[in-house]
Ligand binder design. Structure first.
Ligand SMILES: [Zn+2]
Length: 298
């Protein structure tokens, strides 16, 4: 039997030996272990469950946690959407989509409403998700207490005891120094009134969408070997002060240069010709949908 290991490029090109890879790439034992970790995470919302993270054939820094969760839960009947910074067309998103297509035969989509599983880096789609959809987050830094406590043993004890005083002190110091809570991404939230969780890596704009959402949210961190979850209809409350309340990013009267939307999270770029700042929807599928709707209206 040929035991030569095919390369990832060969797999993507469709020239890998048939049977060389299992359904959804991971072996069944691994997928079962990940599903067990997911079930445990769902029963204790916001609690970080350790799991035996595997190596995956993707570039370093792309993140494997979200991908491992996705590979463990997809099955016949699913349709996958993958976004990176809100866009479906990024290199990371395209390659993850191809990996799942080639190893499962499942269809993929860029339409938010057409997907059953959405894997994301950096954004929650602008279009409200339904109860039959699952949002999988690729998480770089799962521990919300790391910013105040470098020791893993100590952060685990702080979670166990519900001792979040250091986080509150950190937020207080932020207000004293900056005049407001300046955390941009990974804003700390209280989940189900019990566990403080990092909303990494989404912007503050997306945090309110997590609260009592009708859909299941799964978070995977590959390097740190952690899975956590927010089940449907679970409270996700940003940590803040009564006189310094949590706020999403303010874009003023900014409108998308492409579709004209004013109620979306925007990416900023500079127009080469005019050197002026240009804002466009970060969620490209949302932007496309808005444009299509306008064409129909005309
Ligand atoms: Zn737009």
């Amino acid at each position: 039997m040929d035991t030569e290991t095919p390369t990832f490029d060969a797999l993507l090109a469709g020239s890998a030996p048939s049977g060389g890879y299992n359904y959804a790439f991971l072996d069944e034992v691994t997928k079962r272990a990940i599903r067990r970790a997911i079930l445990k995470a769902v029963t204790v919302p916001g609690y970080q469950v350790p799991f035996g993270s595997r190596e995956l054939p993707i570039a370093r820094g792309w993140g494997t946690g979200g991908l491992q969760v996705t590979l463990a839960i997809v099955g016949p009947g699913d349709r996958l959407k993958v976004i990176d910074q809100g866009a479906d067309a990024g290199v990371n998103a395209s390659n993850i989509r191809r990996l799942v297509e080639r190893t499962t035969g499942l269809p993929t989509t860029t339409e938010t409403a057409a997907a059953t599983v959405i894997q994301t880096r950096h954004r929650v789609p602008e279009e409200p998700l339904r109860p039959d959809q699952i949002l999988v987050y690729q998480v770089p830094l799962p521990e919300p207490l790391r910013i105040v406590e470098p020791s893993e043993a100590k952060t685990r004890r702080m979670h166990a005891e519900g001792d979040y005083s250091k986080v509150w002190v950190h937020l207080y110091e932020d207000v004293v120094r900056q005049g407001e809570i300046s955390i941009a991404t990974g804003y700390p939230v209280m989940v189900n009134g019990r566990h403080v969780m990092s909303t990494t890596p989404v912007p503050r704009w997306d945090v309110p969408k997590m609260d009592r959402a009708p859909f299941l949210q799964l978070f995977g961190a590959g390097r740190e070997k952690r899975i956590y979850a927010v089940p449907p209809h679970t409270s996700v409350v940003p940590l803040d002060f009564e006189d310094y309340p949590f706020r999403v990013e303010a874009f003023g009267d900014t409108a998308c240069a492409r579709c004209g939307a004013t109620d979306a999270y925007f990416d900023q770029s500079v127009d080469d010709a005019t050197s002026r700042r240009v804002y466009t929807c970060s969620d490209t599928a949302w932007c496309d949908r808005e444009l299509d709707a306008q064409e129909v209206a005309w």
